[in-house]
Design a protein around this ligand. Structure first.
Ligand code: ADP
Ligand code: MG
Length: 326
């Protein structure tokens, strides 16, 4: 249903020189540099899937979403979604999709939410009966009744996000794109949004692509992640597999009898040395063993205590980024 083939995107940006004289010179002699935001990205997504599109800041997530929603065109490569070329067929294609950008609002700031919805109804030419039916379902599921007559600017971030998501679904799209939908939300709103997305996906077979920094979003919603870094696709597959691989990682805190400057243990990576406390992590090929570690430590160091801790979700992703040198 969604196919990206060798999609690349380069941005051309004007280099500014420093200071007034630099700005003046730049007026006559513009220098440009190119940023390769995406490099040969290829993937397919089937109807009804939920996919988590993850990667550190600047990886190219928003650029990919903008290409898939037809806001920008790729510099090279091919993007086909549901038989459309999103950029070229934009007019027809927008009816197929809904998009929510956490950083930018689709709804008007100063007018009641319901007025923005009515505008969307007119733009998308949604039949009145379908509009009313969708509005009713969405406001029930997202708990919007109290909010619809208030201007957007009076709403909290979580309330606003719920209104944005409903607005993106009024025209019954097949695909929903969410770019950082839970960023800055309180935990109750996060749970509500997650629950709602899951329900829509089950109920209407809505295809959902979401970018997020919150691994709990992924954990709650899907098992398929696409990892992108520096514009390139690095991993496409099961999130559980990643978690399993890293759940073998153990953080070990060692209390030394005195401070050591350089701590090196075979089979372990030294994460930090702070005073008498040293934090180690077993290398991927090392299975953690308490006894073996103590033996290894006692060869060169005087130790007082050892405690261990399995990696948390965020730490797993951090390790993943580190492994891919992101
Ligand atoms: P992400 O959403 O993963 O944080 P983006 O897709 O926003 O990443 O950005 C990828 C890269 O492209 C970054 O280096 C960013 O600075 C650059 N970039 C994004 N949009 C533009 C633009 N309109 N003009 C120039 N550079 C851009
Ligand atoms: Mg982004």
């Amino acid at each position: 249903m969604i196919t990206l083939e060798n999609v690349s995107k380069t941005y051309k940006v004007a280099c500014r020189e420093k200071g007034l004289w630099g700005a003046f010179k730049s007026l006559f002699n513009r220098k440009y540099k190119t940023i390769e935001a995406l490099k040969n990205v290829t993937f397919t997504i089937k109807q009804g899937e939920i996919v988590g599109y993850i990667g550190p800041n600047g990886a190219g997530k928003s650029t990919t979403i903008k290409i898939m929603t037809g806001i920008i065109s790729p510099t090279s490569g091919n993007c086909q979604i549901d038989g459309f070329n999103p950029f070229k067929d934009r007019q027809k294609y927008v009816r197929e999709i809904g998009a929510v950008f956490g950083q930018r609002s689709n709804l008007a700031w100063d007018v009641p939410v319901i007025d923005s919805y009515e505008l969307l109804r007119d733009i998308y030419k949604i039949p009145q009966s379908e509009y009313e039916k969708n509005l009713k379902t969405l406001s029930e599921k997202l708990d919007l009744n109290e909010l619809l007559n208030l201007p957007l600017r009076q709403l909290s971030l979580g309330q606003r996000m719920r209104c944005e998501i409903a607005g993106a679904l009024l025209h019954s799209p097949k695909i929903l794109f969410l770019d950082e939908p839970t960023i800055g939300l309180d935990s109750i709103s996060k749970l509500k949004v997650r629950e709602f997305i899951k329900e829509m996906n089950r109920g209407t077979n809505l295809t959902v692509i979401l970018t997020t920094h919150d691994m709990n979003d992924i954990d709650a919603l899907t098992n398929r992640i696409i990892l992108i870094g520096k514009g390139q696709k690095l991993y496409d597959g099961s999130f559980d597999a990643i978690k399993q691989q890293y759940s073998k990682s153990v953080l070990v805190k060692v209390q030394m009898a005195k401070p050591y400057e350089n701590v090196q243990i075979k089979g372990y990576e030294t994460i930090s040395v702070e005073g008498n406390e040293v934090t180690l992590k077993n290398l991927p090929e090392t299975t953690f063993s308490y006894v073996k570690l103590v033996q290894e430590l006692e060869k060169n160091y005087e130790i007082v205590d050892i405690s261990t801790k399995a990696l948390e979700l965020e730490e797993i992703i951090y390790s993943l980024y580190k492994e891919y040198e992101l």
